[in-house]
Write a protein that binds this ligand. Structure first.
Ligand code: TNX
Length: 521
């Protein structure tokens, strides 16, 4: 009996010993903040090589009484919950010494950029200090990217995540960092639009350009011209049923984006790309005959009648209603590929359209062709194909948004075997989409560049899955080109960071293109 006890005791001690040893074994943790795969990569990263241990019931503190401060804290709470399954509590901070995740606005030394933030991660506290709430929101995206995809302790009861300690100070290179979605060629519902906006927000983009009208469909309710949607929204490329947003729904999109510090830029394309409007109202045609609705792909055949005063009443009504439901300062008037408009008519038309937009207290953005008109320095020219136009814009004092089709059109196929997409501007593999230098485009130089926008035209894109496949992963590269300082832009380094995103893409159920030029994890 005594022997049994001794043997039993010995075994027990051994079991205890091994359990203790295995529990104490340092888990495989990353604790080097400077080695994290952040996209877009920050301006300044300083690692302190320890860890903050993120557990359930961590408090997220906000300061101030604004609804938006509370919204941001709850946004972080919900995103952290989605990523980890842990529970967090968003709460107004009462005591300056409260530890947890602290969000607050306070100017960061000499940095003036409104979107700047400083993220400080210590062993027992995380602070996100923003130059504005917008800065806090951008900093939150960085913190979210630092959350590992796996818990350190796999038991559900003790789930915790280690976040590498150190400090990040960060702000954007360009003020305008956008993506465009064409909802005219194929219509996408509100949920898809919100998802698209979320994707932009994760990578610190701040403009959502929505191409609302084209030959194939008119997608926004205009109360004073109801047939635009009653008739003009009823088809799309391929002849599907199309659709449109009511003004209430559009306001909901604007607000959803605004809460994520993204400005919606609505585009009403004119004087070409207008078959849907021309088909809805015969009086907008020079021959006063309404054409049939159109569901093909080829464009460049339609034009509003530049000589008729009804055209400008129409534009005034449309722009007025859009201005009323848009919180941002810009309205995009298209102006591209107006091959059916006489050149002089085109100049006359665009000058009038710009002054109508300005009269409604909004500034104009237009595709690069508009540089040929009398644009004022407040008008923004969006470079997509013609470098000469773009240089002309700069000589007229206008700023430029870079959307060169050859590298930023996300509807271009990745390779010649990509099922979706077009090829007219060339194939755009993930490395090509990243490997271009914004400030060398058309020799504009940084000071004339307002920012970068990547466009997704949807002639071949029909579902959210299709959208994801074409934008992921290219959109991450555009976000880095638009945000990060020129000195950090390096494909070999970027592709390692990109490779690590596949886990997040998978956990978010994103249908991404597994490009062979990246060694995905
Ligand atoms: C050119 S880019 C267009 C669009 C098409 C796109 C297809 C621009 C200003 N016009 O109308 O959808 O190509 O890639």
């Amino acid at each position: 009996m005594k022997n049994f006890k001794t043997i039993f005791g010995g075994i027990l001690t051994l079991i205890l010993f091994f359990t203790t040893v295995s529990c104490n074994k340092t888990p495989d943790i990353k604790s080097d903040l400077s080695n994290e795969s952040l996209i877009p990569y920050p301006v300044y990263v300083n690692a302190t090589n320890s860890v903050y241990d993120l557990r359930s019931n961590t408090y997220i503190y906000y300061t101030g009484n604004s609804k938006q401060a509370e919204f941001i804290a709850k946004y972080l709470r919900d995103r952290l919950h989605e990523l980890t399954g842990l529970q967090f509590v968003a709460k107004k901070r009462k005591n300056i010494n409260d530890k947890g995740i602290n969000l607050f606005v306070n100017k960061i030394d000499t940095i003036t950029n409104r979107e700047a933030y400083r993220l400080t991660i210590e062993d027992d506290n995380i602070r996100i200090r923003g130059n504005s709430k917008e800065g806090i929101f951008r900093g939150i995206q960085t913190l979210l990217q630092l959350i590992p995809s796996n818990s350190i302790d796999s038991s559900v009861a003790h789930k915790k995540y280690y976040v590498a300690t150190g400090r990040i100070i960060d702000y954007p290179r360009y003020a305008y960092r956008g993506a465009m979605l064409d909802v005219a060629r194929h219509f996408f519902d509100i949920d898809d639009i919100k998802q698209f906006i979320d994707y932009l927000s994760w990578y610190k983009m701040n403009r959502f350009h929505i191409h609302l009208t084209d030959d194939q469909g008119w997608r926004i309710e205009i109360k004073s011209w109801p047939n635009l949607t009653a008739h003009g929204s009823k088809t799309q490329v391929g002849g599907g049923k199309g659709g449109f947003y009511t003004q209430e729904q559009f306001k909901d999109i604007v607000e959803y984006a605004q809460k994520r510090y993204i400005t919606v830029v609505p585009e009403i394309d004119m004087p070409g790309h207008t078959n849907a409007a021309l088909s809805s109202y015969p009086e907008l045609n020079c021959n006063k005959k309404a054409p049939e609705l159109y569901s093909g792909v080829k464009v460049g055949f339609s034009t509003l009648c530049a000589h008729d005063s009804i055209t400008y009443k129409f534009i005034n009504d449309v722009v007025g209603e859009i201005a009323d439901i848009t919180s941002g300062k810009y309205i995009h008037i298209g102006g591209d590929e107006s091959h059916a408009t006489e050149h002089n008519d085109y100049l006359y038309f665009i000058n009038k359209a710009v002054s109508i937009v300005n009269k409604h207290d909004k500034l104009c953005i237009g595709w690069d062709e508009i540089a040929q008109t009398d644009i004022n320095p407040n008008t923004i020219v969006q470079y997509w194909s013609n470098a000469k136009n773009t240089k002309l814009a700069v000589t007229k004092g206008a700023k430029v948004i870079l959307s060169p089709a050859s590298v930023t059109y996300m509807d271009m196929k990745y390779t010649d075997t990509t099922k979706l997409g077009l090829t007219w501007a060339g194939l755009t593999e993930v490395d090509k989409a990243y490997n271009w230098k914004p400030d060398t485009v058309a020799n504009l130089g940084d000071k004339n560049i307002y920012g970068i926008e990547a466009a997704l035209w949807t002639e071949t894109i029909e579902t959210l899955d299709d959208i994801e496949y074409m934008i992921f992963p290219r959109i991450l590269g555009y976000s880095e080109l638009a945000w990060s300082p020129a000195k950090v832009l390096n494909w070999n380094n970027y592709k390692l960071r990109l490779a690590k995103q596949s886990k997040r893409f998978q956990s978010e159920k994103i249908n991404f293109y597994k490009s062979p030029v990246v060694d995905w994890e």
